[in-house]
Design a protein around this ligand. Structure first.
Ligand code: PAF
Length: 300
């Protein structure tokens, strides 16, 4: 694995692959790698012959009160994991390399006349400006690596929806691939922010996948299609764990991310909640095969 820190070195590292017309995959990350990221690498290796991973904690996507400074930075460990999993080129730019001058242009989602926007709700509402930061850095990374395919985890569902829309609307010649959420055996979605949880908080956080599982079961096993009722079932599960402070929980159309009244195949339930000082997000797609982990308590 070649590790490069400058845009020029990344271009040079990719030049031979481009000359040989090799298929290039990009896995953008902020590091603190876990099995979720490594599943993206596995998927990348299945669809490309050169895998580039970026590790960059992007200041643009953090509000001043958020955890940019505290975000886990574990570069040596990450590099070993990336190498062992088959990453060919690791791009680890500094903030000065990525943003050498104060920006005057950014990529932002469109707000339509009716007020709708892909970032109007959920994470977009909870974290104003977050997705402009994400889209801007992803646009830059896509330009720098010019991959044929870029891979993102489904756990950040609104993020991948917006990135897919950006690629389509701005004609990025790249295929955006969404990889299913990887969960711990107890059902908790893997996230770099899980590192902030104490053992007690981690146990409390299991109410999140338990609630999603209950919503999914209400739809599949009990045949409930009323989104309000399905959401109430999730809220009832969460109410049993007072340490989990729900920020939002709802059911949305997977393409528009607008709330829907009736749960149909392909719809999504989305949640953000705080456990102690840690903010976690998760989601579940209402499809027959989906099930958030084998925690036996989730079948209650
Ligand atoms: O999902 C992430 O880790 C980040 O939002 C991303 C896509 C790497 C952009 O900084």
């Amino acid at each position: 694995m070649e590790t490069v820190a400058s845009k020029a070195a990344l271009g040079a590292a990719l030049a031979a692959s481009r000359a040989r017309r090799e298929r290039i995959a990009l896995v953008p990350t902020m590091g603190a790698l876990h099995e979720g990221h490594l599943a993206l690498v596995d998927a990348a290796r299945r669809c490309a012959s050169r895998v580039v991973m970026s590790i960059f904690v992007n200041p643009l996507q953090f509000a001043p009160h958020e955890d940019f400074a505290a975000y886990p930075r574990t570069l040596d460990r990450d590099a070993a994991l990336a190498r062992d999993r088959g990453v060919d080129i690791l791009f680890t730019p500094s903030v000065a390399e990525m943003y050498p001058a104060a920006a005057r242009v950014a990529v932002t989602p469109v707000r339509r006349d009716d007020g709708s926007a892909l970032d109007a709700r959920w994470e977009g509402a909870a974290r104003p400006g977050h997705f402009a930061g994400v889209l801007t850095v992803v646009a830059k990374l896509l330009h720098l690596a010019s991959p044929d395919v870029a891979l993102f985890g489904r756990k950040d569902l609104q993020q991948v929806t917006l990135i897919r829309a950006m690629a389509r609307d701005l004609d990025f010649p790249v295929e955006i691939v969404t990889v299913p959420t990887v969960r711990a055996p107890d059902g908790l979605a893997l996230s770099s922010r899980n590192a902030y949880l104490s053992a007690a908080e981690r146990a409390q956080a299991l109410a999140i996948p338990r609630a999603l599982r209950a919503m999914h079961r209400a739809w599949t096993a009990d045949g409930r299609a009323d989104a309000g009722r399905v959401t109430e079932i999730g809220r009832a599960v969460l109410a049993e764990e007072p340490a989990v402070a729900v920020e939002y929980l709802g059911v949305a159309d997977a393409d528009t991310l607008e709330p829907i009244a009736t749960v149909a195949e392909g719809a999504v339930a989305m949640i953000a909640a705080r456990v102690g000082r840690t903010r976690l997000i998760d989601n579940i797609v209402f499809e027959r095969a989906e099930a958030p982990g084998p925690d036996p308590r989730m079948n209650r």
